[in-house]
Design a protein around this ligand. Structure first.
Ligand code: MLT
Length: 243
């Protein structure tokens, strides 16, 4: 039976082996949720980038450049990291160079560890994601992006929700996945009220973020596709297959 591991933050990645495993990168608030919105809008591909300085260079190569640090849009960029920004129909067919505090960092770190496949996970596509993981039938590692290499609540809670969809065809290999599943079982009927107590939801309030990114990113199954990495880019294979 295939196994599930969960990693609370990218800082723990060196202690794991990702080779030949399906990796799901999770950044519920907000990078992986926002990436799903971008592909639903019709974005062509997303290039995850480590730093705003490097990201800005892509402006000259006909990319839309999007950068978030500390939950705020970086001045001088076309976009930040709110899912609502990526609903803009102008983005259809465009390539996005994208850097965020945690999510794009987790993607690039996982990519360097030669996994079988990297999938983009969110509540927004959770059921399609669970089906694809089962179809791939590989051991799976859930990589939470956390907050600056520290644990965050919403990514692990999502990991528990995904694990719940994978059981009993997969088995939990570690305490991190077991505790994530227990957290989900405890709060599955009150997800939003729990996440609103999280440090990142409080951060949004302190910053007076005008859009309700928390409730948007906690919606389940808005989308039935799963973005994945192809080379250095994140793409939506299912949209290509639909053509
Ligand atoms: C991110 O990398 O998505 C960050 O976790 C935070 C944010 O976008 O507010």
């Amino acid at each position: 039976m295939q196994k599930i591991e969960l990693i609370h933050t990218p800082a723990l990645l060196p202690y794991y082996n990702l080779q030949d495993k399906t990796v799901v990168v999770i950044d519920i608030l907000r990078a992986t949720s926002t990436m799903c919105v971008a592909f639903n809008t019709g974005v062509n591909k997303i290039l995850p980038i480590a730093s705003p300085e490097e990201c800005k260079m892509f402006k000259d190569f006909d990319f839309i450049i999007a950068a978030e640090r500390n939950a705020m849009k970086v001045p001088g960029f076309d976009m930040g990291n709110s899912p609502f920004e990526f609903e803009n129909p102008f983005l259809a067919g465009k390539n996005i160079a994208f850097t965020t505090t945690n999510g794009t960092k987790a993607i690039k770190m996982a990519k360097a560890m030669q996994p079988y496949k990297i999938l983009i996970g969110a509540f927004l596509n959770i059921t399609a994601l669970a089906k694809l993981i089962q179809d791939l039938n590989k051991d799976v590692v859930l990589v939470c992006s956390g907050w600056k290499d520290k644990y965050n609540l919403e990514d692990t809670l999502f990991g528990g929700a995904l694990i719940d969809k994978l059981l009993p065809n997969f088995e939990m290999e570690d305490d991190a996945s077991l505790s994530a599943h227990c957290l989900f079982l405890q709060y599955q009927d009150n997800i939003e009220s729990l996440v609103r107590k999280s440090s990142h939801a409080q951060r949004f309030k302190l910053l007076n973020v005008q859009t309700d990114d928390v409730s948007f990113c906690l919606q389940q199954d808005l989308y039935s596709f799963v973005p994945e990495m192809e080379g250095e880019y994140i793409v939506n294979i299912s949209s290509a297959q639909a053509c």
